[in-house]
Design a binder for this molecule. Structure first.
Ligand code: MAV
Length: 326
């Protein structure tokens, strides 16, 4: 029996050595949504491209429906190199780790979809990427997004008068609160996982979000009024923890970077195309009622000084000017 034991361990050692030399790795991903959401579809596309290009030496274990929490949890995991290796993330949810990163998706940054696409396919955000890597050990592989964020409320918000003192949730980046304060609302940073309940119990009267997510998480059940402020076109980096990235071979690193860029382009086309359709689906189903915002053109004017001050504080005035000039 001692001979058998020896044989057994020799086999185990051989197997270990084989799999290590093949550089097989499984990356764990996280999505707050189900398979229908553009973020999940974009990560599936990323997985498909990487799988193909790597001869399946990289495998994936994507956890859906917020099983691993929400983005504000994921960012901590990515930073620590535990639990989540890759995901799609709002820059504003990474503010505590890198104060400059929320500049990427601050409200009223982009004039329209063309402007947004031009910026995202340029390298305008490269200095912010470098800072995220340095400060948070998080690697940006590509950019998806393309949803338009509107006010989503339990009461109709039609104009600046209605917005004054409006208790609304914002993402946990100071610039998000500052922007909505400048519009005279009463914003507070609440975890995404608490928003539904906070509206239902009247702690807040609404928040702001894009069609894909309102529909996927059924926020319309508690907040059926969508005011078409269109204040943000989303920028959503496809991110990987530095720990997971460094564990890949140089060749695998090239593969995930190229796949991130490609899957990002796929995701941007998908979500921007679906945005209007999804809003209309909710209108047709009687789930939401859309409202115009009277005096929308005044909002940009009220917010510009806040954007300028934020950029100045970060030493990012030139970067902001370059984005505006695209
Ligand atoms: C939407 O679900 C997405 O834009 C997601 O990236 C954000 O984290 C979330 O909204 C939010 O408002 O926190």
């Amino acid at each position: 029996s001692s001979v058998n034991l020896l044989k057994g361990s020799a086999i185990a050692v051989t197997l270990l050595a084989t799999s290590a030399s093949a550089q097989d790795v499984t990356l764990r991903g996280a999505s707050m949504f189900d398979e229908d959401h553009a973020f999940t579809k974009t990560m599936r596309e990323f997985e498909r491209i990487v799988g193909e290009a790597s001869g399946n030496s990289i495998a994936f274990d994507l956890r859906l429906n917020g099983e691993l929490g929400v983005e504000s949890d994921y960012v901590t995991f990515l930073n620590q190199g535990v639990a989540v290796d890759y995901t799609i993330m709002a820059p504003s949810n990474m503010a505590t780790f890198a104060p400059s990163i929320p500049l990427m998706d601050m409200p009223f940054l982009f004039r329209d979809l063309e402007h947004w696409e031009a910026v995202l396919s340029s390298d305008a955000f490269a200095p912010l990427e470098a800072e995220l890597l340095e400060a948070a050990d998080i690697v940006i592989l590509g950019y998806t997004g393309g949803g338009v964020r509107n006010l989503v409320s339990s009461v109709p918000i039609k104009n600046l008068e209605d917005l004054a003192g409006h208790r609304m949730r914002v993402m946990g980046a100071p610039i998000q609160a500052q922007v909505f304060q400048a519009l005279t609302a009463a914003p507070s940073a609440i975890a995404y996982s608490e928003v539904y309940n906070a509206i239902q119990t009247g702690v807040i009267a609404g928040f702001e979000n894009e069609a894909a997510s309102i529909q996927n998480l059924k926020f319309y059940e508690v907040a059926p009024y969508v005011t078409l402020t269109g204040h943000t076109i989303t920028v959503r980096p496809i991110v990987m923890s530095g720990t997971a990235f460094r564990a890949l071979t140089p060749e695998q690193q090239e593969i995930v970077k190229a796949a991130g860029a490609q899957a990002g382009a796929f995701g941007r086309a998908l979500e921007s195309r679906e945005d209007g359709t999804k809003l209309q689906e909710m209108v047709d189903a009687g789930q939401v009622q859309t409202l115009e915002f009277e005096g929308r053109e005044k909002l940009l004017e009220m917010v510009t000084p806040v954007q300028d001050a934020y950029a100045a504080e970060l030493g990012a005035t030139e970067l902001l000017e370059a984005v505006r000039a695209q």
